[in-house]
Design a protein around this ligand. Structure first.
Ligand code: ADP
Ligand code: MG
Length: 140
């Protein structure tokens, strides 16, 4: 058994369409527990810092503008193999390529407005969780 934590973000296309509860339900169906959660609006510099690994990518400016276009929900998910479990439930980046049971296949609007972010490694999970949460805000 490997209990892990991962960072999840419900993106602005989710809050705009009032889908937070529906997506949280899919997350909880995986067995992962939402052990921290808050709704906030990223500033331009916060969004650029969070996505700095993508700054050379062609879609970077569009991605940043999308991520600051409305409120987001940031969450810590905890459970068995949380990083891979959540990546699997999220589905492929491009919702057209995502398996039917995934969040992106069911809810994403486009490859950019694809509803959810999830950390892609245990190391990045730790960095990303610390970006948004202090330890007293995370309660299993
Ligand atoms: P993932 O979120 O699946 O880990 P990436 O880390 O590669 O995907 O990309 C980060 C985010 O950038 C994606 O979730 C999506 O919102 C956006 N994105 C990725 N590729 C594209 C693209 N080709 N065009 C527009 N936006 C993109
Ligand atoms: Mg990624």
């Amino acid at each position: 058994m490997t209990t892990q934590r991962t960072l999840s973000i419900l993106k602005p296309d989710v809050t705009r369409r009032n889908l937070t509860g529906k997506i949280n339900s899919l997350i909880e169906d995986t067995g992962l527990k939402i052990v921290a959660q808050k709704r906030l609006k990223l500033s331009l510099s916060q969004a650029q810092a969070f996505y700095s690994v993508h700054k050379k990518r062609s879609f970077f400016n569009d991605l940043i503008n999308f991520m600051i276009s409305g409120p987001i929900i940031v969450q810590v998910l905890e459970g068995e193999n949380a990083v891979a479990t959540y990546r699997d439930k999220m589905g492929a980046t491009d919702p057209k390529k995502a398996a039917p049971y995934t969040i992106r296949a069911q809810f994403a609007e486009s490859i950019e407005a694809n509803s959810v972010h999830g950390s892609d490694s245990l190391k990045n999970a730790s960095v990303e969780i610390r970006f948004f949460f202090s330890e007293i805000e995370i309660n299993a």
